[in-house]
Design a protein around this ligand. Structure first.
Ligand code: F6R
Length: 254
C-alpha cells in the first residue's frame, strides 16, 4: 500500500530560507507558551538570526517559549563552545530572551547517558510535548542524531555516531575528526514524530540525495528522515541546490 505523503515542500532561494522558515515556524506556534524543538548545526542559523531580529524589533515576543534541543554530544557540557547546550544558549535562547529555566538539553556530561536520555524523554512529556520541531537533515538522511538503522518509533536514547556524520561535523571541531565525539543523546524518531508540527530546513547540494530519499523514497529506517512522510504536519524548506534531485511535480515554488 502506498500512502500519499502530506509533506509541504517550499523551494526558495538560499538567502530566503531563514525568513521563510521563520514565517512557517511562527505561524505554527500557539500564541501562549510555545514549546519549540530546536536543531543545532549550520542550516537553521539564518532562521534563528531572523527570529532574533524580529524579537529585537519588537515584532514578536518569544520569552514565554520553552526550547527543547534535539540532541547533545556525549562528553560535552554547556561550557564547551562546541556543545549543543552552548549553541542553544548563545544562538537561540539569549537572542530570543528565553530564560535558562525554559531550556531543555540532554545532559552530555551525565555519568549514565542512558539515564540522561530517559530523563530527557520524560522532561519532554512533562512539558506536554513539542509544538513545533525545527530539524535539519544529515547527508546520510539522519534527523536529530538518528542514524540509518534507527527504529522509526524510537525514543530519546544514546546513539553511536556514524563515521560519515562525524566527518560532516568535523568542521565544527577545527577539522579534527578525532575531536568529534563518537556518541550522542538524541530525541528518537518517535519523539520527533510526536511534535505537533515539524519544520525541516535543508540547504546545499550535499543534502540533495538525502532529501529526495526522505521525501519521495520508501519510509524506512535506512533513511531516518523518511519517517516524516507519516506525519500530518511537516513543512520542508529547501534551497534550490538541496531541491535539485526532487521530482518537479512535487515542488511548490514561492
Ligand atoms: C543538530 C542535528 C542534526 C543536524 C544535521 C544537519 O541538532 O540534530 O541532525 O541538523 O546534521 O547539520 P547541518 O545543518 O550543520 O548541516
Amino acid at each position: 500500500m502506498t500512502t500519499k505523503s502530506a509533506i509541504r515542500l517550499l523551494v526558495v532561494e538560499e538567502e530566503q530560507v531563514g525568513t521563510v522558515a521563520a514565517d512557517v515556524v511562527l505561524s505554527a506556534l500557539p500564541s501562549r507558551q510555545p514549546r519549540i524543538g530546536v536543531a543545532t548545526g549550520a542550516t537553521p542559523l539564518t532562521l534563528y538570526w531572523e527570529l532574533g531580529r524580529r524579537v529585537a524589533s519588537g515584532a514578536i515576543d518569544l520569552r514565554e517559549s520553552t526550547l527543547v534541543a534535539l540532541d547533545e554530544y556525549v562528553g560535552l557540557g554547556q561550557w564547551n563552545p562546541r556543545s549543543f547546550a552552548a549553541y542553544v544558549r548563545d544562538v537561540i535562547a539569549e537572542p530570543l530572551h528565553v530564560a535558562k529555566g525554559r531550556v531543555l538539553v540532554p545532559d552530555g556530561l551525565a555519568s549514565d547517558p542512558d539515564r540522561a536520555a530517559d530523563a530527557f524523554e520524560e522532561a519532554i512529556a512533562t512539558i506536554g510535548g513539542i509544538d513545533v520541531q525545527i530539524a535539519g537533515l544529515g547527508t546520510n538522511g539522519h534527523i536529530g542524531f538518528n542514524e540509518p538503522g534507527s527504529a522509526l518509533d524510537s525514543s530519546s536514547r544514546t546513539v553511536e555516531l556514524t563515521e560519515q556524520t562525524r566527518r560532516d561535523n568535523a568542521r565544527f571541531f577545527g577539522d579534527r575528526l578525532s575531536d568529534v565525539p563518537t556518541q550522542a543523546i538524541t530525541q528518537g524518531l518517535g519523539t520527533i514524530s510526536r511534535a505537533r508540527s515539524i519544520v525541516l530546513v535543508v540547504k546545499g547540494v550535499a543534502k540533495a540525495r538525502a532529501l529526495q530519499a526522505a521525501v519521495h523514497g520508501p519510509v524506512t529506517p535506512d533513511v531516518p528522515a523518511s519517517v516524516l512522510q507519516r506525519h500530518p504536519a511537516v513543512t520542508v524548506i529547501a534551497d534550490r541546490e538541496a531541491a535539485g534531485e526532487l521530482r518537479p511535480r512535487e515542488e511548490h515554488h514561492e
